[in-house]
Design a protein around this ligand. Structure first.
Ligand SMILES: [Zn+2]
Length: 86
């Protein structure tokens, strides 16, 4: 499983961690001007590190995506911990 990080450069929403097979990531607008995707990362911790850095630079929060339409796996995690299946 791979993970990606979403950044909204206009701060319209928090920085979020998604799984790489999430439809939001797959159907992302590649030429979007105010949103950025980072990754995919091989581990959740790598994605988390990136999200944390972005959030720190912007002084804004980051979290796992909880959107029921996408990363159901991440929505079930607690405190940013996720079971990583190989
Ligand atoms: Zn997602």
């Amino acid at each position: 499983m791979k993970f990606v990080v979403y950044e909204d450069e206009k701060n319209a929403s928090d920085t979020k961690i998604h799984v790489a097979d999430c439809s939001y990531y797959i159907n992302r607008k590649r030429n979007a001007k105010s949103t950025k995707w980072y990754g995919p990362y091989d581990t959740y911790n790598s994605a988390r590190k990136t999200a944390k850095k972005i959030a720190k630079d912007k002084s804004s929060p980051f979290r796992n995506s909880k959107d029921p339409k996408c990363c159901k796996l991440l929505s079930k995690t607690k405190r940013g911990k996720v079971r990583e299946s190989a």
